[in-house]
Design a protein around this ligand. Structure first.
Ligand SMILES: *[C@@H]1O[C@H](CO)[C@@H](O)[C@H](O)[C@H]1NC(C)=O
Ligand SMILES: *[C@@H]1O[C@H](CO)[C@@H](O)[C@H](O)[C@H]1NC(C)=O
Ligand SMILES: *[C@@H]1O[C@H](CO)[C@@H](O)[C@H](O)[C@H]1NC(C)=O
Length: 343
């Protein structure tokens, strides 16, 4: 391991420094164009002479928790959160390191985002937990969460404001398209790019929902310059053995910028519906194939009054992103965000 990490360093003390403070992680292909989203948390960059100098720069910047070095041009980039680095070019000459907890005999400081405690021994359960405990910066961050204790933490996008929201789904017409016509297995484990079009995974959503008695599902739609939002109370989903059945109760009608209710009104109420994919379809109408996506479809020829997981545009009505509310207003959105919030 030491040889790999320190392959072009001479002094072993600097290797010891890197290994004591950082973990080498991946440089992932940056497949999206969502540059205007505010989760990247770039701090600063500098030309350095070695990887150790880049590491020391990160260690000296209070908020740095990850750095990336390009060994071709010696550019060192510092970031505030996250595990892996993202790059659209030169990935093979770039190295990414994530900070471990920095501990001396007494205690640890600057835990990775989501870890807390004087030994960084705890991990938040979800983004609301982080916000409520006040152990995270109050902004958009990539964070580690641990919805199931004793299992490895997962990395999610958090908005550590307004109670703390955990991102579970993201579609944006300006990001590289990700195919949402996926199998049961893929919907269970999640897919997409954490900085782009994304599905967190049914198992993770189920596990988060188990940690606290009441969550609300927050829906944000953007159509043109207009922004709509809506909340569904008491949202959770059951386990895999029960096909991740959705539990969703009241809709909060917030006049002004409301999305309107496409999920729970009258005969179009999805409450109690199991999740369906093309290879595990609980509907009698082939809904996942028609919508080209997984969802909690109704057992009705309508399938769903919303299409947030389907294709973003297609000839037919049902296969194009839309949100058809209880008043018959249809929003053809260009961006949708689903998040969970404790209440
Ligand atoms: C969705 O995926 C399934 C399985 O790969 C495939 O049979 C089906 O044709 C796909 N639908 C579309 C519209 O691509
Ligand atoms: C979902 O929430 C309801 C009521 O809030 C509760 O009765 C049910 O047990 C919850 N289900 C799961 C799987 O957590
Ligand atoms: C759409 O909703 C608005 C209120 O937000 C309402 O004034 C309008 O009549 C609705 N349109 C239809 C077709 O229902």
């Amino acid at each position: 391991m030491r040889g790999l990490l320190c392959f072009y360093l001479v002094a072993t003390d600097v290797c010891a420094f890197l290994e004591s403070q950082y973990v080498k992680t991946k440089v992932l292909e940056d497949l999206n164009t969502c540059k205007n989203d505010n989760y990247h948390h770039f701090i600063s960059m500098a030309i350095v002479s070695s990887i150790i100098e880049c590491g020391r720069l990160c260690s000296s910047a209070n908020e740095c928790r990850r750095f990336m070095l390009n060994i071709r041009n010696n550019m060192c980039m510092l970031y505030e959160s996250g595990e892996n680095c993202f790059s659209s070019s030169d990935r093979l000459v770039k190295y990414c390191y994530r900070q471990k907890s920095i501990c001396d005999e007494g205690s640890c400081v600057r835990c990775p985002i989501g870890y807390y405690g004087d030994r960084c021994q705890h991990i938040i359960e979800d983004c609301s937990d982080g916000f409520e405990r006040d152990v995270v910066p109050q902004k958009y961050m990539l964070s580690f969460i641990s919805p199931v204790s004793k299992q490895p933490p997962i990395e999610v996008k958090c908005q550590f404001q307004y109670g703390g929201l955990t991102l579970i789904q993201y579609r944006n017409i300006d990001c590289l398209e990700v195919n949402f016509n996926r199998s049961w297995e893929e919907y269970v484990h999640g897919f997409g790019n954490i900085h782009g079009n994304y599905w967190l995974g049914l198992e993770n959503i189920h596990n988060i929902g188990k940690r606290f008695p009441r969550y609300k599902l927050c829906v944000v739609l953007t159509a043109g310059d207009v922004y709509y939002q809506g909340y569904y109370y008491e949202f959770n989903i059951s386990s895999s053995t029960d096909d991740y059945r959705v539990h969703i109760v009241t809709f909060d009608d917030d006049p002004g910028d409301s999305t309107g209710d496409a999920l729970t009104k009258g005969i179009y109420n999805i409450n109690g519906r199991p999740f369906s994919t093309y290879d595990r379809d609980s509907t009698s109408y082939g809904c996942p194939r028609r919508f080209q996506a997984g969802w909690w479809y109704l057992d009705d020829p309508v399938c769903s009054r919303s299409n947030v997981n389907g294709k973003r545009s297609a000839g037919e009505f049902e296969a194009t992103w839309h949100w058809l509310d209880n008043l018959g207003n249809r929003t053809d959105f260009s961006k949708v965000i689903l998040r969970l919030l404790r209440h």
